[in-house]
Design a protein around this ligand. Sequence first.
Ligand SMILES: *Cc1c(COP(=O)(O)O)cnc(C)c1O
Ligand code: SF4
Length: 335
Amino acid sequence: MHGLAEPPRSPAPWQRLLADAIDDPAMLLRALRLPDDLLPAARRAAALFPLRVPTPYLQRMRAGDPADPLLRQVLPLHLEYETRPGYSADPLDESAAQPVPGLLKKYHGRALLIATGACAVHCRYCFRRHFPYAEAHAGGSRLQPALAAIAADASIGEVILSGGDPLTLSDARLSELAARLAAIPHVHTLRIHSRLPVVLPQRVDDALLAWLGRTPLRKVLVLHGNHAAEIDAAVEHALGRLRLAGVTLLNQAVLLRGVNDDADTLVALSERLHRAGVLPYYLHLLDRVQGAAHFDVPEARGMALIAELRARLPGYLVPRLVREQPGAAGKTVVA
Ligand SMILES: *Cc1c(COP(=O)(O)O)cnc(C)c1O
Ligand code: SF4
């Protein structure tokens, strides 16, 4: 025993915002002044995959507009009950690619660590909505075997922290993880896949920047933003601080029906990202996960959109249109 417990400290703002994320469909509808008739379906579909929206993200939505592109990404709909041939619970067959639980090694040189199952926001189209996170992430006692597997494979130069969202973890955990990775001689790059700087820019605080600034690893952050309206002044400020800390910033988006499936919206996204110091990296075709079929955009339409972006933007602002195929040696580039 260590004597008296420490007095409770008030959590940093991002932790409070994360804990207070809206998970009640009625609150979401009320906050956006949306009609009550959306509620029964939202309640039902939230039973498939819970609603979760942090308020800083909610505040960027247009009140009274059920078609708002940010709202569409998070609002549970009855369409999620639709089953469609070709859509499954584990479309990428990820359960098969794990040498140890929580570590995915599908591509040469890179290993992906499912650092946590938690996310700050629940995206309805997420391909991991059915993923058995509770068993499959590499937190707690599973971290040691995952790190040992990385240390034992000298081909792994880059470790990708993914999830879930790795930035839901505390900076104490993350800085320790970064230190342990940096101690593995063949690991030179730490990549973080996160939606947090977009949905909760308060996450980018002094404590995060402190350990990022300290690690000797090369640092890459791949954001996940789908629409220009997601990037407000607070997000831009957070991204600027990350850039100053020496982090290379890229973005991956998912091509989503009713959210960003037209050329003007995608052009605006690339330009907004660039203004915030981020280059577009991937535009993903939807993974065929059960419950998300209503977001699907046909591949031919995706290719036509990329052609239009090429005609309107400098080459560095055109993302690669990709699809993930189980068993492939990398993302499959479609256009
Ligand atoms: C997407 C992914 C990567 C990263 O691929 P890049 O093309 O380097 O961005 C690595 N491992 C797994 C398992 C992935 O799904
Ligand atoms: S933040 Fe990423 S992992 Fe989490 S629900 Fe959204 S898309 Fe899925």
